[in-house]
Design a protein around this ligand. Structure first.
Ligand code: GRF
Length: 199
């Protein structure tokens, strides 16, 4: 349906494990998927996701936080994104908060996944937040990135029931399984609309 040339060139920013990155790479390897992952950028040279990306023969760029401050990270990332002709950026476990300036260069082109049912439980450790609040449900959300942390327009989200004996680990694992399903779906949706505009 989409030939390789028409697929939306996508970069993924990671800081750690990279399991969401892998779910996007796997989904995008299907012929019918409208996006292709061509670049992975990280601010953590120890991120296990780097090797994972290399296993899939995806180009990686390491801009370690100890050597590059935020502004240098963004400048170097921007160069790489332009040279790979990237059209969309997926944040997947990326721990830096991007600057307003960088976000405005990529208006409506950066998406993120967050392990809560936004707008509830923004920020760090949302799984602990929901357990502390004794909520009955949580979820995961893919959203556009704007200058408000976890505050951009929601693209797709999924509710997840909290079980009586859930702890942070069991709950995080269940949320993660759903993340791996909704992130590729959301990217598919966004990239499809971009492909339609291009054609
Ligand atoms: C995921 O729970 C994601 O929602 C959050 O950080 C975690 C990253 O996991 N932003 P992974 O690196 O994708 O395995």
């Amino acid at each position: 349906m989409y030939n390789k040339l028409k697929k939306i060139k996508t970069a993924i920013f990671i800081s750690g494990r990279g399991s969401n990155m892998e779910s996007l790479i796997r989904a995008s390897s299907s012929k019918k998927f409208p996006a292709i992952i061509v670049l992975v950028i990280t601010d953590n040279e120890l991120a296990p996701g780097i090797q994972l990306a290399k296993n899939y023969k995806i180009a990686t760029k390491i801009l370690d936080k100890k050597k590059f401050n935020k502004s240098q990270f963004e400048t170097e990332s921007q160069k790489a994104l332009l040279s790979y002709k990237i059209e969309i950026i997926c944040l997947a476990g990326f721990m830096k908060i991007l600057s307003k300036e960088f976000i405005s260069l990529w208006q409506n082109k950066i998406i993120n996944i967050h392990p809560s049912y936004l707008p509830k439980n923004k920020g760090l450790n949302p799984q602990k937040q929901v357990l502390d609040e004794k909520s009955s449900f949580t979820g995961c959300t893919v959203h556009f990135v704007n200058e408000k942390v976890d505050g951009g327009k929601i693209i797709l989200q999924k509710k997840i029931k909290i079980l009586q004996n859930d702890d942070v680990q069991t709950l995080s694992n269940r949320i993660l399984q759903k993340e791996h399903k909704i992130y590729p779906k959301a990217l598919n949706q966004i990239a499809s609309s971009m492909t339609r505009l291009k054609n």
